[in-house]
Structures are given as structure tokens and as C-alpha cells.
Write a protein that binds this ligand. Structure first.
Ligand code: NAD
Length: 499
């Protein structure tokens, strides 16, 4: 059985792990590898290496650090097929979607190739008599990232690219369910010229997460995962004085206005609801048609589109989506479908019970469609994270907007309309962090930032873009005066002013 080891100081660890976790092939429903599960002692080793390597890396001029990022980008591109195949085998998403996962992370690497420019500080000449003020961005030292199973390339790259480009050492703790891709990325970063110890990967579960949150030398932690864990991680890390950013779960709504281009909206909704088996924090699991006539047209077209969906193994080039990640997750999704039925929702298409010939033990689920969902239902209030689309009918635009606004999650939302007035009012008022206007999955590009509101995000700085640069750096503000620049000789016991 293949053993996936930690990656510390530029190499896989060799000591036999005390604990092991199973890594499944979701298409086969079988264990394909084992992953070492680390503890506080193992983390100490990674931090000690990071601490030894970081000062020289921080002192390397930003242009040279950028060259490493350029080379890292090239290597990821060269290894795209290998990485996508590795990702699909552990996660279960189809190969084309795995390439998208890698590509969206790669775009953050591209963004930080401009790190010399991004790190420039501010300068004010003559802020007072003979006084200049300037600020500079300095790395925080050692940071860590704790990532979810659903984007094993993109999310580690969201975090590690800005962290290392700004001169920090970084420790990734990937999801123990699909840990191979982050290790491979760390190997490629080393090949790109990153010094040993600057990018380390430690595997583990809660024990390792807690060790990270309690480690005095780790100054900042970025987390992406489910909301309860995000809130716990945020609280524990912040209580230990760390800078924290913790992204949580989601329940994204797509509102369909009567004037929407219905064929385009349905194509968008189908892809966003069922792509990656619904296992995306920016998936669109709730659709809100405004008006009865819109609901009837939407439902009819959704049914036609669902009938054409193909669920398959990740390497099937015609499959729209693959298996869900694991047996327990599959059971949880089925449980929510049953709950929705018991709560009074109409089960229009039931995806349970799907079996693929030759892959009978795989974690496959067909597309499910539920109609007449209401805001009081638990199956609506909570995140399902599977190929399940819920239709919630609204009478007016205002009622439709109230649903995402009042929901506990506020990650993404979309409006389908041709009316600019509605679109503008919607973008301005909806209580959600990322808004799409006729765009079903509004994940901001790498030079903006990603982050949700309410229980979808804890902390104030978002992922990547300028927020990513801010998160991994501290600004130092210098006020300077030179003796010849108008020294004031008398003592002053009053707070200095520039008056
Ligand atoms: P998860 O919360 O189970 O795991 C995330 C990380 O936390 C993993 O590294 C895991 O090892 C660790 N962890 C799990 N249980 C823990 C515990 N009790 N204590 C400490 N650490 C623990 O999430 P997941 O199932 O891997 O990922 C899916 C979730 O992530 C969904 O809720 C999805 O919406 C969310 N997500 C959010 C975003 C976003 O940017 N908002 C992006 C992707 C995924």
C-alpha cells in the first residue's frame, strides 16, 4: 500500500508514522493509499526547519523570489496532466474539472509573480517640518494553511503562493482525504528553486490542526472548510494571538427573474449545481424563480437538462461529474434528501440508488431536484454539499433577495436578469460576499479577493489578491527626521503634532 508522507525540509519524511489514515479512490470505493497522520512533535520538526530557512528567504530580493514563482508556474503547467490525474483519483472530480481546480490556483501564482510591485510601501515626503513618513511590508515569519478536500490544488495555492512570495515560510496541512496533490506541488516548488524548508506539508486530522493553532512560532493561520470547524479554528488561533482568516460553508442562491434568458440561466444553473457533484463552496444548490410562470418554465427546462446529465468515473471524458468524496459523505447527502421529503419538499428527481457497472462500490449519486422548498426547512438552512438542487419559489424580487440575505451563510449568490435596475439594486443590497450578475459561480479573479460573509467567513482579510498580500505581511510605519531637517531642541510633553 502506498504511503503518503509529510514533506519537510525539501524531502518526504522517513520515520514510520505513529498513526495512519485511509485515502480512498471514490470511484472504486476502495482504499488506495495511506497517509501519515502527524502530531505536535512532527509539527515542531517542520516549524524548526521553516524557522531556520525563513530569514534568508525573506532577505532574498523580491525580484528573485518572483523568478522562483515564474518557474513554479511553468512547472505546474508542464505537470498539469499528472496533477489532474492525481487529483481526480483521490477527489473523484472529472479530469477537466481537476484541471480547472489547478488552473484557478495557478492564476494566484501568476498574480504573485508581480510581488516586487505588490510589496511596495507608501511614502510621504515632508509630513512635517523636515519629517518624512514611509511604510514597508514585511513578512510575518511562519504561516500555516489548513485546507478542505474539495479543492486540493486551488486552495493550497491560494494560500502558499502569496505567503511564500512575500518572504514567509509556509506549512500546508491538507485534507487527509486527498493529500497527494499538495505534496506534489511542494516538490515542484522546490524544483522551481524555492529553498528547502520554505514550503512544508504536514498531514493529519484534528490533532495536527490543534498543534498548529497552539504553536507559538506560527504567526498566522489560513483555514478553509466547514463553518463549525472554521469558527472553532478562528477562535482558538485568535485566542493564541495569531492572525486568522477562516472561510466556512455555503448555501448559494441563484435568483431567476421573469425576464432572464432562460436557456442560458438553465445551462449555468445545471453546471453550477451539479458540477463537481455539488462539492464546491461556490456551487449553486438553491434556485429561486420569481413568479409562478418563471417557476414553471424553469422547472421544465431543468428537467430536460437533468435528463441529459451523465455521471461517470473521473476519466470518462463525457461525464459531467463523478462520485462524491466518501461513503460517509454520500450517506449524509442521502440523509438530507430524505429529510427534505419528510419536511414536505417535492422530490422531482431522486438521485439516490445510482449504480455504475463495474464501479458498484463507488460513491455515485445521480442528480436530485427538489421543488417547493421553504425557508423553515432544515434541509434548506444547512449545507448539503452534494448533487442536490432545491427550488424555492418567490412571488417578488424583494422576497427572493430576502432568502440569501437572511440565510446563515453568505458566500456566493447569483441573479439572472436582463434588467439593470434590478441587478444594481441586488448587488448593492444582498448580504452576501460574492455576487454574480448572470454569472453562476462568481469566484473573483486572482487579482481581486475571495471571501464570503456571515458564517461563510471569519476574520477580516479575504483570500488572495491584495488581501492575501496584506494577510501575510505586516506593515512597518517609519517616521524619520534628520538633524539638519529642522530639529526642535526644546523638550515637549505634548503629543507631537505636525502643526
Ligand atoms: P472540513 O471542515 O471537514 O475540513 C477542513 C479541514 O479541517 C481539513 O483539513 C480537516 O482535516 C480539518 N478538520 C476536520 N475536522 C476538524 C476538527 N474537528 N478540528 C480541527 N480540524 C478539523 O471540510 P471539508 O469537508 O474538507 O470541506 C468541505 C467544506 O469546506 C464545505 O463546508 C465547504 O463549503 C467548505 N469550503 C469553503 C470554501 C470557502 O472558501 N468558503 C471553499 C471550499 C470549501
Amino acid at each position: 500500500m502506498r504511503l503518503i508522507q509529510h514533506f519537510i525540509d525539501g524531502a518526504a519524511t522517513t520515520t514510520p508514522p505513529a498513526r495512519l489514515g485511509d485515502v480512498y479512490d471514490p470511484a472504486l470505493g476502495k482504499v488506495q493509499a495511506q497517509v501519515a497522520l502527524g502530531n505536535a512533535a512532527l509539527l515542531d520538526e517542520a516549524v524548526a526547519n521553516a524557522k531556520a530557512a525563513q530569514p534568508a528567504w525573506a532577505a532574498t530580493n523580491p525580484q528573485r523570489r518572483a523568478r522562483v514563482m515564474f518557474r513554479f508556474k511553468e512547472l505546474i503547467e508542464q505537470h498539469m496532466d499528472e496533477l489532474a490525474e492525481m487529483l481526480s483519483r483521490e477527489h473523484g472530480k472529472v479530469i477537466a474539472d481537476s484541471k480547472g481546480d489547478i488552473q484557478r490556483g495557478l492564476e494566484v501564482v501568476e498574480f504573485v509573480c508581480g510581488i516586487p510591485h505588490l510589496l511596495k510601501g507608501e511614502y510621504t515626503e515632508g509630513a512635517g517640518p523636515g519629517i518624512d513618513v514611509y511604510s514597508m511590508r514585511q513578512p510575518i515569519g511562519i504561516a500555516a494553511g489548513i485546507t478542505p478536500f474539495n479543492f486540493p490544488a486551488m486552495i493550497p495555492l491560494w494560500m502558499c503562493a502569496p505567503a511564500i512570495a512575500t518572504g514567509n515560510a509556509f506549512i500546508i496541512k491538507p485534507s487527509e482525504r486527498d493529500p497527494s496533490v499538495p505534496v506534489r506541488l511542494a516538490e515542484l516548488a522546490l524544483e522551481a528553486g524555492l529553498p528547502k524548508g520554505i514550503l512544508n506539508v504536514v498531514h493529519g486530522d484534528k490533532e495536527m490542526v490543534d498543534a498548529i493553532l497552539d504553536h507559538a512560532d506560527i504567526k498566522a493561520v489560513s483555514f478553509v472548510g466547514s463553518s463549525d470547524i472554521a469558527q472553532y479554528v478562528y477562535g482558538r488561533g485568535a485566542a493564541n494571538g495569531k492572525r486568522m482568516q477562516c472561510m466556512g460553508g455555503a448555501k448559494n442562491h441563484g435568483i431567476v427573474m421573469p425576464d432572464a434568458d432562460m436557456d442560458q440561466a438553465v445551462a449555468d444553473i445545471i453546471g453550477a449545481a451539479y458540477g463537481s457533484a455539488g462539492e464546491r463552496c461556490m456551487a449553486l444548490p438553491v434556485v429561486v424563480p420569481v413568479g409562478e410562470e418563471t417557476a414553471v418554465r424553469l422547472r421544465g427546462k431543468l428537467l430536460t437538462a437533468i435528463a441529459d446529465l451523465r455521471v461517470g468515473i473521473p476519466t470518462d471524458p463525457d461525464a459531467h461529474y463523478g462520485p462524491v468524496v466518501g461513503a460517509a459523505h454520500k450517506a449524509k447527502i442521502e440523509h438530507y434528501i430524505q429529510m427534505a421529503v419528510e419536511e414536505g419538499a417535492e422530490l422531482v428527481v431522486d438521485g439516490r440508488g445510482l449504480s455504475l457497472q463495474g464501479y458498484e462500490d463507488g460513491y455515485f449519486l445521480g442528480p436530485t431536484l427538489l421543488d417547493r422548498v421553504t425557508p423553515d426547512m432544515q434541509s434548506y438552512r444547512e449545507e448539503i454539499f452534494g448533487p442536490v438542487l432545491q427550488i424555492m419559489r418567490a412571488k417578488t424580487f424583494e422576497e427572493a433577495v430576502s432568502y440569501p440575505t437572511n440565510h446563515q451563510y453568505g458566500n456566493g449568490v447569483a441573479l439572472f436578469t436582463r434588467n439593470g435596475d434590478f441587478a444594481r439594486a441586488f448587488a448593492a443590497s444582498v448580504e452576501v460576499g460574492m455576487v454574480g450578475i448572470n454569472v453562476p459561480i462568481p469566484v473573483p479573479v486572482a487579482y481581486h479577493s475571495f471571501g464570503g460573509w456571515k458564517r461563510s467567513g471569519f476574520g477580516d482579510l479575504d483570500q488572495y489578491g491584495m488581501d492575501g498580500i496584506r494577510f501575510y505581511t505586516r506593515t512597518k510605519k517609519v517616521t524619520q527626521r534628520w538633524p539638519s531637517g529642522g530639529a526642535v531642541l526644546d523638550q515637549s510633553f505634548v503629543i507631537p503634532t505636525m502643526g
